[in-house]
Design a protein around this ligand. Structure first.
Ligand code: OGA
Ligand code: MN
Length: 280
């Protein structure tokens, strides 16, 4: 019998894991490895009503890889509080950029690679909005025709924090703009050839322009590809209940939050599993 029972949520992305509890996730090495395998195939795994506490969430994630312990505005190391409430997270303003499709970690401060996986658990949910949506960037590559696969093989794209922040704050004050611009920009291939041999598209809010292509033409291409990747029939949209936990393969899916009010009580506890694979 397989260690893990999953039920697909859509044909291209997402599956619900049934019959596991939080304590097993935090203690069973074989289960952790089955979860990583399943994540590679399904992109997103949902544990409905898991009710995992923050310490147990970090224990679970430690079995999947290294953990990001940077400041998370929460008393448990390894937990980052996702909320728009600046009294709970002084950097909350930046989180409005989660309303656009993105891949985490495309504009690192140092030479870090994009995160391998991210876990979000719902502590409080929004009255309206606040669903999280996912689309497979592997499926997006696979759906290109042969001619496109060839044409795009050599394209490189510049990613910046400014590009993702401008979408939600189009008219920044000079000091804010300066802070965005102090973050290094990154250049990535449009097509990521993973160590597994699979290929995916590297798109999303941080993608600013295509190197060597007319600015508007390149942006139109990026917009078109993002649209084709995220048509409703390619998306799993998770409507949160308190206690749900979701994990996604940050290297093979794009994600975004549906907008929710700045004063919404919505609060997600996030743990990030660090990446060990460059985009190449
Ligand atoms: C994130 C993120 C989406 C959400 O934490 O990286 O994109 O629904 N969150 O809060
Ligand atoms: Mn994100």
């Amino acid at each position: 019998m397989s260690l893990l029972t999953v039920e697909k949520l859509t044909s291209s992305v997402g599956a619900e894991v049934v019959g596991v509890d939080a304590d097993r996730l935090a203690s069973d090495d074989a289960l952790a490895s089955a979860i990583l395998d399943s994540l590679e195939h399904n992109g997103v795994l949902l544990f409905r009503g898991l009710d995992i506490d923050p310490e147990t969430q970090v224990e679970f994630c430690k079995r999947l890889g290294g953990i990001d312990y940077s400041e998370g505005h929460h008393h448990v190391p390894g937990i980052y509080r996702v909320t728009l409430d600046t009294s709970k997270n002084s950097s909350a303003g930046y989180l409005r950029a989660t309303f656009d499709w993105h891949i985490d970690g495309c504009t690192p401060i140092g030479d870090e690679y994009p995160q391998k996986a991210t876990v979000l658990s719902a502590k409080r949910v929004a009255e309206t909005g606040g669903e999280t949506e996912f689309a497979s960037s592997y499926a997006a590559y696979d759906a290109l025709d042969e001619n496109e696969k060839q044409r795009f093989a050599s394209l490189r794209v510049v990613h910046s924090l400014e590009a993702s922040q401008r979408r939600v704050t189009p008219d920044p004050a000079p000091d804010l703009l300066e802070r965005w611009r102090s973050r290094p920009i990154s250049e990535h291939p449009l097509i990521w050839t993973h160590r597994s041999g699979r290929r995916s598209l590297v798109l999303g809010a941080s993608a600013d322009h295509v190197v060597g292509m007319d600015l508007d033409e390149g942006r139109a291409l990026l917009d078109e590809l993002l649209q084709r990747t995220t048509t409703p029939d390619c998306v799993y949209r998770h409507e949160w209940s308190v206690g749900d936990t979701v994990i996604w393969d940050n290297r093979g899916v794009l994600h975004r939050a549906s907008p929710y009010a700045p004063d919404s009580p919505r609060e997600m506890l996030r743990t990030t599993v660090l990446g060990d694979e460059p985009i190449e």
